[in-house]
Design a protein around this ligand. Sequence first.
Ligand code: A3P
Length: 296
Amino acid sequence: KDLKIGEMERITVDYVKGILLPTSTCEIWDQIWNFEAKPDDLLIATYPKAGTTWTQEIVDLMQNKGDVDKSRRAPIYERIPFIELVIPAIQCGLEQANEMPSPRTLKTHLPIELLPPSFLEKNCKIIYVARNAKDNMVSYYHFHRMNKGLPDPGTWNEFFEKFLAGKVCWGSWYDHVKGWWEAKDKHQILYLFYEDMKKDPKREIQKVAEFIGSNLHDEVLDKIVHHTTFDVMKQNPMTNYTLISTAVMDHSISPFMRKGAVGDWKNYFTVAQNERYDEDYKKNMANTSLTFHFQF
Ligand code: A3P
């Protein structure tokens, strides 16, 4: 906890079934794969930086009937365990989950083919959130810069190449969003989009309420909308990750709550990169009905 910036090494990474993951996760892969979900578990699944924390806070507030004080009981990563996260000697998502009383809400970034099978076997409810690839990439780049829990991203140009090749932690964005999209009608999966949440948060929050069977008055929904706006969450230490040691996350490099916008990619993609990406996107998304908004 008292470590200073620079005193902590960046993590190393490895592969599980062709997907790049932190080595600490790979090392306990058998345990993760054999995780025993319970039928009343609610899982929030995302590609990293697609709006996980936002969705977690919405769900937690909903479960507490909009009681903001209850949602301030602990940082978001303690309220909702991140099942495949292992920070040796500090945090283990599996242990957190196993110690938690039911009904549990859990978080994962795993692509569906790496999801522990018990979640689908037990027919758990799953909320998946997807974000357009370009904003997702920019957000992930900045998160790598400030977070020692991910490899060094190199320059923007270098990261762009790695992202395009799917050689980043949790694998290819394409495979992730498409894999979950294809599964959504066969299981209890609510598939949401970051862009829709930005555009009409109340409508999307209502979808979540309906999905998890939470019957809340309109005023409570309005309260949840307010408390989960970017500006409010950015100021809230229980959601903005500032309680994590600065040796791990250095918000002076880039804050966790960075911009929270749609279309920020335009400030990073060069014209050439944009053309290349569009080309690659067309190829990879040709076989799916899934579509995204890249701007409003
Ligand atoms: P940016 O880096 O584009 O700002 P995750 O929680 O999956 O790690 O995603 C983090 C991204 O979601 C960051 O994107 C963060 O700012 C954004 N975010 C977090 N809370 C948000 C909110 N309430 N509204 C909009 N965006 C939010």
